[in-house]
Design a protein around this ligand. Structure first.
Ligand code: MRU
Length: 355
């Protein structure tokens, strides 16, 4: 997608096969900066501190983490160690595990000498596939919107950032909106700020602004009020993991928005690739690991000071303790449709399509 009119992806490589390039998302929206990552350790750190974030993007980045680990040491132990460290770096989003498993399936069956070359090539394949998948989600979503809504302007609400910054390109929840915008459909997006990391305020508002899509930032607490006032036609969000029953794990606060939408008869859509669907139906989905992040993310806020410098400020009394679960689970009864690259399904249909 475009940054100041120039085409960008969130992650890319060069011919040296020794590093990857990323957009450092911790600096957005105030500073657009890119950086290179040269090792498994640097990649794990970038995932943990959320220089790269969003379920599909951390999956693609993790694949390159395995590849760079194989460049350094292609042994079985090294593969095992890299895989387990990557999976633990952000444990909720299934896409990360999915990418690590896919790399392992391929690499375990080949000799150590061939591992780096194969791993690098498969990582690049996963990267390109992510773009194609998100384009398909966008087209499926656009078709669905065109067939189901003709109000002008359409009022859409989204939570967190499931746009191109959360993927390699296009995004999941925002992909249908980019396609709709390109087709001239008249709509406006309510952007939840998404405390505590403010992905809505920092990232979604920035992305939509770069593409000149009409949007308004709202505090997380405003969504229910807008729904009650008839100011929201549908909600669309991404997902970090989806159960075979259609329960959706996504950024903390998604659950509350879904309840408010249900209460006000507003459709609630989830857009995600099939790599987000947890096909292990034996476990209780409500027991999946929910990442608990540092309390500083709740106690501090980041922004520009009057000298235009990026600054952290404390918002609670010194010594206050905070609890910071990063995701919640929305039961399927609150979800109207799930949009994947293959089609648009009710939560009940997922099992027959994907098992
Ligand atoms: O903590 P983050 O910023 O990685 O969380 C992102 C989300 O929750 C997204 O909605 C989800 O990963 C889907 S991204 C296409």
């Amino acid at each position: 997608m475009k940054v100041n009119g120039e085409d960008f992806q969130t992650i890319w490589t060069d011919s040296t096969e020794s590093k990857i390039y990323i957009i450092d998302q911790t600096k957005l929206p105030h500073k657009f900066s890119t950086k290179s990552l040269h090792s498994l350790d640097e990649i794990i750190n970038a995932i943990k501190i959320m220089e790269v974030r969003g379920a599909p993007l951390i999956g693609v980045t993790a694949a390159f983490g395995i590849a760079l680990a194989m460049k350094n040491n292609p042994s079985d132990d090294s593969l095992k160690n890299a895989s387990s460290r990557l999976v633990q770096s952000r444990p909720t989003a299934l896409n990360l595990q999915w990418a690590v498993n896919r790399m392992n399936e391929k690499l375990q069956s080949i000799s150590a000498e061939k591992r780096f070359e194969t791993a690098w090539s498969l990582s690049k394949t996963i990267l390109v596939e992510d773009i194609r998948t998100n384009q398909s989600i966008g087209k499926q979503g656009l078709h669905f919107i065109e067939n189901n809504f003709n109000k002008k302007p359409l009022e859409v609400l989204t939570h967190c950032n499931a746009g191109w910054l959360a993927t390699v390109d296009y995004g999941t929840a925002l992909s249908p909106l980019y396609y709709a915008h390109n087709k001239g459909i008249d709509f406006h997006v309510w952007v939840d700020e998404t405390r505590p990391r403010n992905q809505g305020a920092h990232l979604t508002a920035w992305e939509l602004g770069q593409h000149k899509i009409a949007h308004t930032l709202i505090s997380d607490n405003a969504g229910g009020h807008l729904m009650q006032k008839g100011e929201v036609d549908f909600v669309i969000v991404g997902a970090d993991r989806i159960s075979m029953h259609g329960d959706v794990c996504n950024k903390i606060g998604t659950y509350l928005k879904a309840i408010a939408a249900f209460e006000n008869n507003i459709p609630f859509y989830v857009a995600a690739p099939k790599s987000t669907i947890d096909t292990d139906a034996t476990k209780n989905f409500f027991d999946i690991p929910i990442e608990s992040r540092h309390e500083e993310e709740v106690l501090m806020m980041q922004g520009l000071n009057s000298n235009n410098e990026l600054t952290n400020i404390q918002i609670a009394p010194k010594g206050t303790r905070a609890f910071n679960p990063a995701f919640d689970i929305t039961p399927h009864k609150y979800i109207t449709k799930i949009i994947t690259e293959d089609g648009v399904y009710s939560p009940q249909e997922l099992k027959s399509v994907y098992s």
